[in-house]
Design a protein around this ligand. Structure first.
Ligand SMILES: [Zn+2]
Ligand SMILES: [Zn+2]
Length: 338
C-alpha cells in the first residue's frame, strides 16, 4: 500500500509499505480521509521525541472496514467508521473513572502506532464510531478535532459561559469557537495575529474578532465587556504570552482553558489566579462520547468544518505538509484523501 512515511527527522516521502494485518480485537480500515493536525506539524518542526521516525503520521480519520482480525465479526466488513485518535487501555484506574483520554497507557495513532496517512491502517474495534450516512469524508475525519472543542464545553459545564474568548484561529480554535456557539450559545470573540484567519472566524459566526497584531487584545476585550473581561477564555495557542493574556482577558471569577501546546515553561503572575478567583483548566484530546457529539453537530449542519480546509491526495502528501509548515493566506488546514 502507499503511505506518507516520515522515515527520518526533517524528511517525508510517499512510498510503498506492507499492508498491515489486523490482530485480535482489531480491524483493517481503508482510509477515506485524514486531517493533518497542528501537533504533528509541531512534532515535525521540533524533531519531537514524542513522534520518533520512522513513522506514519495521521490521527484524525475515517474510512471503511476492509477486514477484521482473527476473532472479528466479518459482518462489519464494509462498515463506514470514524476512529478516535487515541486508544485507551480500558484496564487502568483512569479508564475505570471514565477518563480514558488520560489513560497512562494510551496509544495515539501516528505516535505510538502507525497513523492514517496511508491507504490502510489497523485500528482496535473499541475506538470506532459509525460514520453517519451521507456525511462527506472530509467532514467525518474531523470529528476528533471538533471533539476537542466539544470536550471543553463538557469540562466547563456549570460555569457561566455567556461570553467566551478564543485565542488562536487555527483549526482547534475554530472548532472550539463553533462548539461553544452551537452547544452553549456563547457569544464568542476570536483573536489571532492573522487577518485571513479572523475572516474565517467571522464567517463561522464569531461575535467579534481581535487582531492581536494591531490591537491590544486584553484592552479590546475588556472594553467590549464593560471593563470586566469574558466569562471564559480558551487559549488555543499555548505560548507564554497567550496564557498570560488568557488570564488578563478573563473576568474575576471566570475560567481559562489551556489547550495550546506551543510553549511549556513560562512566567506567570500567580496572583492573577489567586486574588480574582480565576480557574485554570488544562484540557487534552477528547473522549469517544465527545466525538459522537461532534458528529451530531456536523450532521445537523450547526458547524462548518468543510469550507476552510484544503484537500490533498495521498500522492501530494509531502506538499500538504510543506504548505502547512509554511502556510500561505489560504492554508488553514490540510486533509489528505488516499
Ligand atoms: Zn490532533
Ligand atoms: Zn487506561
Amino acid at each position: 500500500m502507499r503511505a506518507l512515511l516520515y522515515p527520518d527527522f526533517e524528511s517525508l516521502e510517499v512510498t510503498e509499505q506492507p499492508k498491515p494485518m489486523p490482530a485480535v480485537g482489531e480491524v483493517l480500515v481503508k482510509v477515506a480521509a485524514c486531517g493533518l493536525c497542528g501537533s504533528e506539524l509541531e512534532s515535525y518542526k521540533s524533531r519531537s521525541p514524542r513522534r520518533k521516525p520512522p513513522l506514519v503520521f495521521g490521527h484524525e480519520f475515517c474510512g471503511t472496514i476492509e477486514s477484521v482480525g482473527p476473532d472479528g465479526d466479518a459482518s462489519t466488513i464494509g462498515r463506514p467508521v470514524v476512529v478516535n485518535a487515541l486508544i485507551p487501555c480500558g484496564q487502568c484506574v483512569r479508564c475505570a473513572r471514565g477518563e480514558e483520554h488520560l489513560c497512562a497507557d494510551r496509544q495515539v495513532f501516528g505516535m505510538h502506532r502507525p497513523g492514517a496517512f496511508a491507504e490502510y491502517v489497523v485500528a482496535p474495534s473499541h475506538v470506532l464510531l459509525d460514520w453517519p450516512d451521507g456525511m462527506a469524508a472530509e467532514a467525518a475525519c474531523l470529528a476528533e478535532p471538533l471533539g476537542n472543542g466539544v470536550h471543553m464545553t463538557g469540562l466547563t459545564a456549570g460555569r457561566a459561559r455567556e461570553t467566551v474568548l478564543v485565542i488562536g484561529a487555527g483549526p482547534i480554535g475554530l472548532m472550539a469557537q463553533q462548539a461553544f456557539a452551537a452547544l452553549v450559545g456563547s457569544r464568542v470573540w476570536v483573536a489571532d495575529l492573522d487577518a485571513n484567519r479572523l475572516e474565517v472566524a467571522t464567517r463561522l459566526g464569531a461575535h467579534g474578532v481581535v487582531c492581536s497584531r494591531t490591537d491590544d487584545l486584553v484592552e479590546t476585550i475588556r472594553r467590549e465587556t464593560g471593563g470586566e473581561g469574558v466569562d471564559l477564555v480558551i487559549d488555543a495557542v499555548g505560548a507564554g504570552i497567550t496564557k498570560r493574556q488568557s488570564l488578563e482577558a478573563c473576568r474575576p471569577g471566570g475560567a481559562v482553558v489551556w489547550i495550546g501546546l506551543h510553549e511549556d515553561g513560562m512566567d506567570l503572575d500567580s496572583f492573577q489566579v489567586t486574588l480574582p478567583e480565576r480557574t485554570v483548566h488544562g484540557t487534552y484530546a477528547a473522549r469517544l462520547d465527545d466525538l459522537r457529539v461532534a458528529l451530531e453537530l456536523m450532521q445537523s449542519g450547526r458547524v462548518d468544518v468543510t469550507s476552510w480546509p484544503t484537500r490533498y491526495s495521498l500522492g501530494d502528501g509531502v506538499e500538504a505538509f510543506n504548505r502547512m509548515l509554511h502556510p500561505g493566506p489560504e492554508d488553514f488546514k490540510a486533509i489528505i484523501m488516499p
